[in-house]
Write a protein that binds this ligand. Sequence first.
Ligand code: 5GP
Ligand code: ZN
Length: 111
Amino acid sequence: MEDCLFCKIVKGIIPADKVYEDENFLAFKDINPKAPVHLLIIPKKHYATINDIPDTEMEIIAEIHRVIKKLAQDFAVAESGYRILANVNREGGQVVYHVHYHLIGGRLLRG
Ligand code: 5GP
Ligand code: ZN
């Protein structure tokens, strides 16, 4: 997608602090972290929201959790605990319309 911020990060047009990359996924630090660990994990393929992932491609959600699990270990929050969340559409608080999961941890999260 030409005008998508995260597609531009995938293509290297916009820089990001990358922490993981493979053929299908990319993870990088959130530019406005809400906790000591705040990572964004995205499929390289553009889907605007989770609603837009075809049922036949839904395995990417399982695979994204494989990446999340590895990053939780790498960033030493697997045992202490962390939160993963995906905002969907306006009332869900989505701002960037390219599917992404937040991995947040490193402090006690409330609410
Ligand atoms: P959303 O509300 O769409 O779930 O979250 C989008 C997230 O992307 C926000 O937490 C925001 O801080 C982050 N973000 C927005 N622009 C950039 C950017 O250019 N680089 C990085 N690394 N994160 C960004
Ligand atoms: Zn995109």
